[in-house]
Design a protein around this ligand. Structure first.
Ligand code: NAP
Length: 506
């Protein structure tokens, strides 16, 4: 790739992870970087998901960057349009626009073992970078299950993350597939519009009340004029969640009380015993993400709604056939079936030092040192990598912790490169990755995600939990504060254009 533009860091994606990385790079005095965005605006999953009712179930004062507080959040749980506007504002306020390259989907990234840099092909040309940061997030590629006969369906089909706003649902017979966080926000929003709504529920979720309210003008004024009040609010939201973690990770039996509250939340609205039975989960609360809604159950008891307590198995003509054999003819199918989380498509496009892709390296399960770096993929890190997900708090805390790690990684590279030693790259040692993974998996054995008796997307095809962090966010922040060079092999190259084979120094 001689002659191509070279940057110090290339970041893939401009959602929370990518924009956060850009801010932290600039603050560390690094301006030689590019953010490669496949679409034409920032926001990531908060740009793509515009379905009716889309909102975040983590309070906005916590679900935002610590370095970009927003005194103007309108509600406890703000809607997608406010979160998207917040991210647009972050891009402007922190001067990120000149770094962002829109319509620049990364087609491939290959580690050059001689030049010690990444060769990146994008939809708008090629570049090279010393470091590659993948910030695509796990919720960027919608997943539609492989349903036999779906191709022959002549009605409308779309995914919750690709909502067709031109399609008029009024008066239609609509099937909603799935009962995850997206579906339970969609159901109450479209139920009043449609003629009939059939919900295909494979597993009933646990649903808790949503303590939402408007943040008053007085509160907003106070947060703007007296910033410590805003900080205190964030601190309280964070602390409450930190205290809850132990119940999920060490003492799932304690969640029994929460189960009682959730059951009461359902039974006070759902009086029909048949429907109650369908909606009652048979696994420990918290095993799957606990959903928050005050409008889901009230929508399900409306006369134009049917709950099919079975997954969608097949489509015959315009009839959806559930696993229990029942058939329902519909005009439109909406898939709320989630994302490629444990099989992120971007992993197929990233090729490391051994000539294999990240997807191949992770074929038996994702693993990364401190949720960030993988052996054989030098100078590469994943934001929201393996075992960095949360069951009860804000992912922005995890993203920021990983960005501390990224900044320290770059500092270490700079130090190693100073002087006459030549340029350096860091490759996570296999034994360090193994020891980290074993440590995480050992802790996982007691968690509600592994013992709660449910099947969830937290688990990969081998039943291993490679998605959730089994600790507090404070703990994760500690373990990602610095890069420990003992966990890395230092690779060397004499000069950027040098042709000498990079030598490993041990
Ligand atoms: P999801 O949590 O992966 O849920 C997918 C749903 O589809 C599950 O209920 C699953 O059933 C169901 N499903 C899959 N195949 C099916 C079939 N053949 N028939 C019937 N049902 C089927 O997806 P999501 O709701 O889009 O959420 C994805 C992620 O986004 C989650 O992390 C979620 O927490 C996050 N999210 C967050 C918010 C927020 O407020 N912060 C809002 C929306 C989404 P099973 O349960 O049986 O597998």
């Amino acid at each position: 790739m001689a002659g191509h533009e070279h940057v110090r860091v290339a970041v893939i994606g401009s959602g929370f992870g990518g924009l956060g990385a850009a801010v932290r790079l600039r603050r560390a005095g690094i301006t030689d970087f590019a953010v490669l965005e496949r679409r034409d605006s920032v926001g990531g999953t908060w740009r793509d998901n515009s379905y009716p009712g889309c909102a975040c179930d983590v309070p906005s004062h916590l679900y935002s960057f610590s370095f970009a507080p927003n005194p103007d959040w309108p509600r406890n749980f703000s809607g997608q349009e406010h979160i998207r506007a917040y991210l647009e504002k972050v891009a402007d306020t922190f001067g990120l626009r000149p770094h962002i390259r829109f319509d620049s989907e990364v087609l491939s990234a290959r580690w050059d073992t001689e030049a010690l840099h990444w060769e990146i092909e994008t939809a708008r040309g090629a570049l090279t970078a010393d470091m590659l940061v993948s910030a695509t997030g796990p919720l960027s590629d919608p997943k539609i299950p492989d349903i036999p006969g779906l191709d022959g369906f002549t009605g409308k089909v779309f995914h919750s993350a690709q909502w067709d706003h031109d399609y008029d649902l009024r008066g239609k017979r609509v099937a909603m597939i799935g009962t995850g966080a997206s579906a339970i926000q969609i159901v109450p929003s479209i139920q009043p519009l449609v003629d009939r709504l059939t919900l295909f529920q494979r597993t009933p979720p646990w649903v808790m009340p949503r303590m939402d309210r408007e943040i008053t003008r007085a509160e907003r004024w106070l947060h703007a004029k007296v910033p410590p009040t805003r900080a205190l609010r964030r601190q309280m939201l964070w602390l409450i969640r930190e205290f809850q973690v132990g119940a999920f990770t060490k003492h799932p039996a304690q969640l029994g009380l929460v189960e009682k509250l959730a059951r009461h939340h359902m039974t006070k609205v759902v009086k029909d015993p048949v429907l109650r039975a369908k909606l009652t989960p048979d696994y420990r609360i918290g095993c799957k993400r606990i959903l928050l809604s005050n409008t889901y159950y009230p929508a399900l008891v409306k006369p134009n709604v049917d709950v099919v307590a079975s997954g969608l198995k097949e489509v015959r003509g315009n009839t959806l056939v559930a696993a229990d054999g029942t058939g329902t003819e519909v005009d439109a199918v909406i898939f709320g079936t989630g994302f490629h989380v444990t099989d992120m498509p971007v992993a197929q496009r990233i090729t490391g030092a051994q000539g294999i892709t990240l997807a191949e390296a992770w074929k038996d399960g994702m693993e990364a040192l401190r949720g960030s770096t993988a052996t054989g993929f030098p100078n590469f890190m994943t934001v929201i990598g393996p075992n960095t997900g949360l069951g009860n708090s804000s992912m922005i805390l995890m993203i920021e912790a990983q960005l501390n790690y990224m900044v320290d990684y770059l500092r270490q590279l700079e130090t190693l490169t100073a002087g006459s030693a030549g340029r350096a790259a860091l490759d996570a040692r296999p034994e360090a990755v193994r020891s980290w993974t074993d440590h995480v998996q050992r802790r996982m054995t007691r968690t509600v995600w592994n013992t709660g008796g449910c099947d969830s997307w937290y688990l990969d095809a081998n039943g291993r939990n490679t998605t959730v962090w089994p600790g507090t966010t404070g703990e994760f922040r500690k373990v990602t504060r610095n890069v420990d060079l003992a966990e890395y092999e230092v690779l060397r190259a004499p000069a950027r254009s040098g042709q000498r084979k990079a030598e490993a120094t041990r």
